[in-house]
Ligand binder design. Structure first.
Ligand SMILES: [Zn+2]
Length: 274
């Protein structure tokens, strides 16, 4: 007999409020999490998280605890870090001062290959680029036009493993999310076996979700309120056993719902989450 997890209960509340449908906990013997009373709707709750692997996270946490108090960033930067944690235990101490120097030079983007050429030609930023190359950074980009929930919260470096694309694009986020969901074979299996007409997958994102999936719905970044980076426009590539897809980020007031035909914005009352 499986008991309801906290995030399942939260998902249930959000679902019921948005759809005006009552759900019953159904995962008593390993099946789908919830069903509507009439059995037409089945809901499975899952989570896509952990963009940074464990060894990297451990090293980064160590470095973050020390911090780089004298290097004040003018904006947040997304920084692509190596897959191994080896060189990350001094990430903030080494990389943040170098990024501040780039900001002061008016540079908003770093690319390892271009930097290597610059260093070979003994360009003016060679000493800064060398630090970043040695730290194993492949790319870094300044994040423009965003603000923080709390104004006093300082801008920061956001480490991520390199996936090549731009952060903040909703369609790209959905493409990557669908790819991540393909690795979770259990979800469509349970939904398919439910025999319900509507088979909803409710996906939680959180602070450990890879940025290129999670950032468009992050309340701390204005990309989440920026219209051009708003609701996705393309159909997600879903297993046919999933008819509806909910995408909600923990602590955010907005989410997305794919109903099989189109995307809808979800307004989420935060009290539904706690
Ligand atoms: Zn910032």
């Amino acid at each position: 007999m499986n008991s309801e997890r906290h995030d399942e209960k939260q998902a249930k509340r959000i679902f019921e409020k948005s759809m005006s449908v009552q759900l019953e906990h159904a995962d008593k013997f390993g099946g789908v999490d919830y069903r509507s009373v009439d059995g037409r709707i089945a809901v499975e709750v899952t989570r896509v998280t952990e963009g940074i692997n464990r060894s990297s996270r451990y090293a980064l946490r160590k470095s973050r605890a020390i911090g780089a108090p004298e290097s004040i960033l003018a904006t947040c930067w997304k920084v692509s870090v190596p897959e191994t944690g080896q060189r990350l235990d001094r990430f903030y101490q080494n990389v943040q001062p170098a990024i501040v120097e780039l900001e002061q030079a008016g540079v908003k983007f770093f690319d390892r290959h271009r930097a290597a050429t610059h260093v070979r030609q003994q360009g003016p930023l060679s000493s800064v680029y060398e630090v970043l190359v040695l730290a194993g950074i492949t790319r870094a980009s300044a994040m423009p036009r965003h603000n923080h929930k709390r104004d006093l919260e300082p801008h920061r470096l956001i480490p991520a493993h390199d996936s090549g694309g731009l952060v903040g694009d909703s369609d790209r986020a959905v493409t990557l999310l669908a790819a991540a969901l393909q690795k979770k074979a259990d979800n469509p299996k349970k939904l398919g076996e439910s025999g319900a007409e509507q088979r909803h997958l409710f996906v939680w994102l959180d602070g450990d979700t890879p940025d290129d999936i999670g950032l468009p719905l992050d309340r701390n970044h204005a990309s989440s309120t920026n219209e051009e980076l708003g609701i996705p426009s393309k159909a997600p590539a879903l297993d046919p056993r999933i008819t509806h897809l909910w995408v909600v980020r923990e602590g955010a007031t907005r989410g997305w719902l794919w109903d099989g035909t189109m995307w809808h914005n979800l307004q989420i009352e935060l009290d539904a989450q706690f």
